[in-house]
Design a protein around this ligand. Structure first.
Ligand code: NAP
Length: 494
């Protein structure tokens, strides 16, 4: 697409009618009831892109009512009718790929190439679940008495509250809303206050696609108020959340009072194990992709690169060389492969983790400080000789810092990899097939990449174990969390 000027990008988005700043309740674009707004800023420049409605409990209550009313009509449509509307939404997302990607780069900072990739990825969930809508099969169970017939029906759970983060402003929404709408549920989405514009543009396209008013509602602003309203409502039957482990735990506890179904996609602490027998080029390329995508701000980013001692020096020097080639800049520039971090707090967290590591004996092999571009840009960084007493080992850094941790044996690597409360993604690089099976089975993680650093796809189940979450998104399994199983016993048929 080439480099784009921010003003021209905003003009293109506006001309397509996709610069929405109000919430969506019952098919109507509405301001916050008290007129409050919040600024959405471009993290690369600090420029204010828009002022969006800052909503709270009252707007959320109305969005829930609207979703609840619409549930009774949307869930009664045939699967084929729901599928057609979703398919149309997918097509509209794809035909507005450039505008959506520009919006995402502007409000989130990711490079255009990654933003375009996210539109494809985000839209793929809508296409996949449009197809899955037609495959919600029940069961017939052989009866225990001759005059009975035992049936199992799968039915939509009801109104869903979906709370999403800023790092994937489109895909984290479509991964939830796709299966929910496909099953016949209706949804109240709360996007992050940092990236509401992509969510609102996508919702506009859903309306254009014929998803009925009230089936998809969007409220944003005061996160705790919106979250509380969703949790307290007896009409909301499920909460699905992607974000930090701390907020996930609050939502899980808050949902207990009304016994809601909860799906959580929380933080990771992904190990990336490079064994002595790895193909070094494959390992460097794979770890680079797993670590530096979205400037290290993804839940499946390699957080700890464990390198066996026989290959440590060779891997470290090839990896540093590869990281040196990353180009930091405004995501709207074609040459950029690393955008800014989401905000100042994110940079301060990275600084704290790097400072902690160096004070405990780790060595900076590359980077290690704020980038000369200022704002929230941070230099792609490699830190050597990291050990398990450092924050870089125990917590998710969520930034462009690759810690290298030496290890001796396969057993030690598995122990280090599993030595965390997180369990989302793990990676390994090895040419030994027996080892790849053995280690895949031993890793306490929901996703494992073998000789590959980018493994997410709409057709495979995504989700964590331990404190990384509950439930799976994407794939045929992604429908289950939005369905209830009903047993029907038909008697006296003899
Ligand atoms: P976050 O602070 O937990 O925010 C996520 C969402 O929760 C945002 O919409 C936020 O709203 C909202 N929120 C915050 N406090 C809330 C409350 N008390 N009640 C209800 N909602 C509340 O997480 P983040 O910093 O945006 O995202 C980064 C985290 O997400 C990382 O830990 C990452 O690993 C995780 N993540 C996980 C996955 C996965 O699939 N496992 C995928 C992507 C990211 P506001 O932004 O408006 O405050």
């Amino acid at each position: 697409m080439g480099s784009v000027d921010a003003g021209a990008a905003m003009e293109k988005i506006r001309a397509a009618g996709l610069l929405r700043t109000r919430g969506l309740i019952g098919g109507k674009w509405v301001d916050a009831y008290d007129g409050k707004t919040i600024e959405v800023q471009n993290p690369a420049t600090g420029e204010v892109l828009a002022n969006v409605a800052c909503m709270g409990n009252r707007e959320t209550a109305d969005a829930i009512t609207s979703a609840n009313t619409t549930f009774y009509t949307w869930s009664k449509l045939t699967a084929s009718e729901r599928s057609k509307a979703l398919r149309k939404w997918h097509d509209l997302l794809m035909s507005h790929k450039e505008e959506l990607a520009l919006l995402m780069t502007l409000e989130q900072g990711k490079p255009m190439k990654e933003a375009l990739g996210e539109v494809n990825y985000g839209a793929s969930f809508i296409e996949f679940f449009a197809e899955e809508a037609k495959r919600v099969y029940g069961d017939i169970i052989p009866p225990t008495l001759a005059d009975r017939r035992l049936l199992v029906l799968k039915q939509p759970i009801g109104v869903v509250g979906a709370i999403t983060p800023w790092n994937f402003p489109l895909a984290m929404i479509t991964r939830k809303v796709g299966p929910a709408l496909a099953c016949g549920c209706t949804v109240v989405v709360k996007p992050s206050e940092f990236t509401p514009l992509t969510a609102l543009a996508a919702a506009d396209l859903a309306l254009q696609a014929g998803i009925p008013a009230g089936a998809l509602n969007v409220v944003m602003g005061n996160a705790p108020e919106i979250g509380d309203e969703l949790m307290q409502s007896t009409q909301v039957r499920k909460i699905t959340f992607t974000g930090s482990t701390a907020v996930g735990k609050k939502l899980m506890a808050g949902s207990a009072n009304t016994v809601k179904k909860v799906s959580l996609e929380l933080g990771g602490n992904a190990p990336c194990i490079v064994f002595d027998d790895a193909d070094i080029d494959v390992a460097v390329k794979g770890s680079l992709a797993a670590k530096f995508r979205n400037s290290g701000q993804t839940c499946v980013c390699a957080n700890r690169i464990l390198v066996q001692e026989g290959i440590y020096e060779k891997f470290a020097s090839a990896f540093v060389k590869a990281v040196q080639s990353l180009q930091v800049g405004n995501g709207l520039e074609e040459s950029t492969s690393q955008g800014p971090l989401i905000n100042e707090a994110a940079v301060q967290k990275v600084e704290k983790f790097v400072g902690d590591a160096t004070s405990k004996g780790a060595n900076i092999m590359l980077g290690g400080k704020r980038h000369s571009l200022g704002m929230s840009f941070y230099e792609p960084t490699v830190v050597g000789n990291v050990s398990n007493d450092m924050l870089l080992f125990s917590e998710e850094v969520f930034g462009p810092v690759a810690p290298l941790i030496p290890f001796k044996t396969e057993e030690e690597a598995i122990h280090l990899a599993n030595d965390t409360n997180a369990g989302l993604a793990a990676y390994m690089f090895t040419k030994n097939i027996a080892r790849s099976w053995r280690v895949s089975e031993a890793l306490e993680y929901g996703l494992v990449g073998v000789n590959e650093g980018l493994i997410s796809t709409e057709v495979a189940p995504f989700g964590g174990v331990k404190q990384s979450g509950l439930g799976r998104e994407g794939s045929k399994y992604g429908m289950d969390d939005y369905l209830e199983i009903k047993y029907v016993c038909m008697g006296n048929l003899g």
